[in-house]
Write a protein that binds this ligand. Sequence first.
Ligand SMILES: [Mg+2]
Length: 254
Amino acid sequence: MTTPASRAAAPLEAIIFDVDGTLAETEEAHRAAFNEAFGKFALNWNWSQDDYRHLLKTTGGKERIGAHMSDIGYEHTGSQPLAEFIAQLHAHKTRLYTSIIDSGTVALRPGIAELIEEAHANQMRMAIATTTSQPNVVALVKATLGKDGMDLFEVISSGDMVRHKKPAPDIFLRALDGLGLPAGNCLALEDSFNGLASARGANIATLITPSIYTNQDDFSGAALIIPTIADLAAGHGGSALAGLVACHKASQAS
Ligand SMILES: [Mg+2]
């Protein structure tokens, strides 16, 4: 039987990172890539920041394109099946996005690089759980953490590997399975309502650093909400990892 005392004893063994908005403020690069891809496919669409804030409620790029089509009552007239058209449009958007990321113009958020370095030095296990597709993850990690950056993460659980994207818990459950750890030994880092719902659905305590597109989200149920990981480190003698351990411990006791 699990008692409150035994839960409190579960140590933090792994950090599970969301990517977009959590590792880096990538959403503006995604928006630019979507808009450029629409032009290439002769679609007269141009998503504003307000449009994109609304569309981010739908997770996954292909799903987001579909949500926009529903919003505007888009009627598909080409001979190609609609799903195939969306897949091609999305594949082109992904190529544009990765070229923006490869250019090095999108940086990690404050404190993230230092946290990853500190976690690695202290044998803290790390995983990724994201609705974005694998090429996007690889591009960002290599551009910001170096060509061997992917080796820092033991498990990559990404959008196209599961049936149900966030806010469903599937992506986090797959990450737990890959790590071989119970939820109680992990802490999720997220920036959005959908991410929080997904992690909490998998029973993982969640620390939130709101991003530019999610700062109006409802974060009820988060273990901690703090502007950036750099702020967390500042509150723990310069150690973000100490901050995460404290956050995890507090979540276990509550
Ligand atoms: Mg996110």
